[in-house]
Design a protein around this ligand. Structure first.
Ligand SMILES: NC(=O)c1ccc[n+]([C@@H]2O[C@H](COP(=O)([O-])OP(=O)(O)OC[C@H]3O[C@@H](n4cnc5c(N)ncnc54)[C@H](OP(=O)(O)O)[C@@H]3O)[C@@H](O)[C@H]2O)c1
Length: 171
C-alpha cells in the first residue's frame, strides 16, 4: 500500500458501534466530522454498512465489500475480497488525487483491516447503549494521539463526545 488507510468510527464506552444494522445515537456534529474525514477519498465499507446507509456517499468513491456475486448496486464499486478492496482503493485514490483511503466499517471490516490501518479517526461517544456490533480492540501502545478534542452535546447531539485521532507509530 502506498497511501495511509484511515478508519473513521464512532464508538461508545463499551466499544459499541451499532445495533440491528443501524447507528444507536444521533450526533449531528459527528456526521459532519465523518464527512470531513472521508470527502474526496475512496471509502471502503462492508455490505451491511452500505445497506444501513442506504445509498452511495456523495463526493466519495464507495467501495463495498461483498462475497455475493449478484450484488451490484448502482453508483458503487463492489470488491469480493480485502485485497481487491485495497487495490481498488489505490486505483481510485490515484484518479481522485486523494491522499488517503478511508474505511467506514462495520465491525467485520474494521477487524479484517486492522493490521493495515495507519490512522484511527475516532468519535468516542460518552454513553454505553446496548448493541450487537463492536469496534475491535487495538493496541493503543502502537499508536500516538495526534488530536483530542472534548465536546459537550449540542442541541442536535444525543451525548457528549470526543474526537480523538490515533496515528500508528512507524517502526
Ligand atoms: N458507529 C460507527 O462508526 C459505525 C460505522 C459503520 C458501521 N456501523 C455499524 O456496524 C454494523 C455493521 O457491521 P457488521 O460487522 O455487521 O457488517 P459490515 O462489516 O458492514 O459488513 C459485513 C459484510 O461485508 C462483506 N464482507 C466482509 N468481509 C469481506 C471480505 N473479506 N470479502 C468480501 N466481502 C466481505 C460481507 O458481505 P456479504 O454478506 O454480502 O458477503 C459481510 O457480510 C451496523 O450496526 C452499522 O450501523 C457503525
Amino acid at each position: 500500500m502506498t497511501r495511509p488507510l484511515s478508519f473513521v468510527v464512532a464508538m461508545g464506552e463499551n466499544r459499541v458501534i451499532g445495533r440491528d444494522n443501524r447507528l444507536i445515537w444521533r450526533i449531528k456534529s459527528d456526521l459532519k466530522f465523518f464527512r470531513q474525514n472521508t470527502i474526496g477519498r475512496p471509502v471502503i465499507m462492508g455490505r451491511k454498512t452500505f445497506l444501513s446507509i442506504g445509498k452511495p456517499l456523495p463526493g466519495r468513491e464507495n467501495i463495498v465489500l461483498s462475497r455475493e456475486t449478484g450484488f451490484a448496486p448502482e453508483g458503487v464499486h463492489v470488491a469480493g475480497s480485502i485485497d481487491e478492496a485495497l487495490r481498488l482503493g489505490e486505483e481510485l485514490a490515484d484518479k481522485m488525487g486523494a491522499d488517503e483511503i478511508a474505511v467506514a466499517g462495520g465491525a467485520d471490516v474494521y477487524a479484517q483491516l486492522m493490521p493495515f490501518v495507519s490512522k484511527i479517526v475516532l468519535t468516542r461517544v460518552k454513553a454505553a447503549p446496548e448493541g450487537d456490533a463492536f469496534f475491535p480492540a487495538f493496541d493503543e501502545g502502537q499508536f500516538t494521539v495526534s488530536f483530542h478534542e472534548e465536546h459537550v452535546a449540542g442541541p442536535e447531539d444525543d451525548h457528549d463526545f470526543a474526537f480523538i485521532i490515533h496515528e500508528r507509530i512507524m517502526a
